[in-house]
Design a protein. Sequence first.
Length: 386
Amino acid sequence: MPRPEPAGPMLRRLALCCVAGLAPSPAADPPFVVYTSHPPGVYEPVLASFRASNPKVAVEAIEIPGATALERLRGEKRDPRASVWWGGDEVSLAVAAREGLLAPSRPAWSHGAPASTDDPQDLWHGQFLVPIALVTRRGAADRPRLLEDLSDSRYRGRLLLRRVTDSTAMRLFLGAMIQAHLSTGGLDRALDWCAMLDGNLGAPYEADGRRLLARVAAASEGEPDVTVWTAPEAARLRDEQTLPIEIEVLPGSPAWLEGVAKVANAPSSAAADRFIELVGRDEWLAGYVAQGRLPVPEGRADAATLPTWMADGFAYTRGVARDELADSLPVWMEALEARIRGVRAPTDAGDRVGLVALDVVDVAGTVTLVAVLVVLLRRRRATQAA
């Protein structure tokens, strides 16, 4: 018969088991969240590949417009939820970099790319070109040859546009057109062009891009049948909904970059670096092109094999002055809103000083007027009392 185990060692093992049972389990890795403005056709294959090579990482993609993503990153600066921002426009990315919302990441695919397609400190990397296109009802007569022509009176009543407050793309389009006018006529002339564009609207501004294109496609004779929109989105919606629209990238049309960036203090920093490395690999290029994305630099895609609007996007477009838009776009949009409403907004520091001086004069004049009225009223009362 086996001898009974002494009580001391047995109690010690029992205590160790109890302590082990009470000890907290190792903390789970934080979820890996990507904020993206790309459609599922772009991001889902990449996420599937990332999940396969990172089985222990919980991956989530949240579709979110660029302007909303920037505001979220601002609000989450102290405790970010996302680790990667994929699909932001270069102006918003530049603003985020200035505000300390992004962290450096150096994917191999960015080496050797033109300096204009990347942030100097590797805070973001440009991946796709986004040209603005003229979009018209199929068979529409008198199509403009340049976007500049859209302000001409012959297009009065034919234009339909997305509401600026709801659309980063519209703000960038108008900002790029203002930039083009600054060298020839200054800001006043640029705002005049935008106001004439507004005067050619045939219907109120549209709040939704999908509905914008659907209304242009369904326009009857005499209804608004001309708009501008980002060429990739217009092509995607045309194909998805079989819309009878024509998409054309005109010479001199503005275009900007879409990029990818790691979020500052990312919850999953190492995973973010691996993801950014993955999204730029050549294995995805054919799928990106099929989804209407134009990989940059231009040599990564064979222009001879691309649809006409994509080849024209490389050939005809002009880039935006990124830093100037990052600095000035909010001021320009405020001035434009005031111009359209018929109120001149201050457009530079001199205007603001002048308006402050006028306010002081107005206050002084009002005080003087009140004092004169008080004196006259007192004299009248004294006369009546006598």
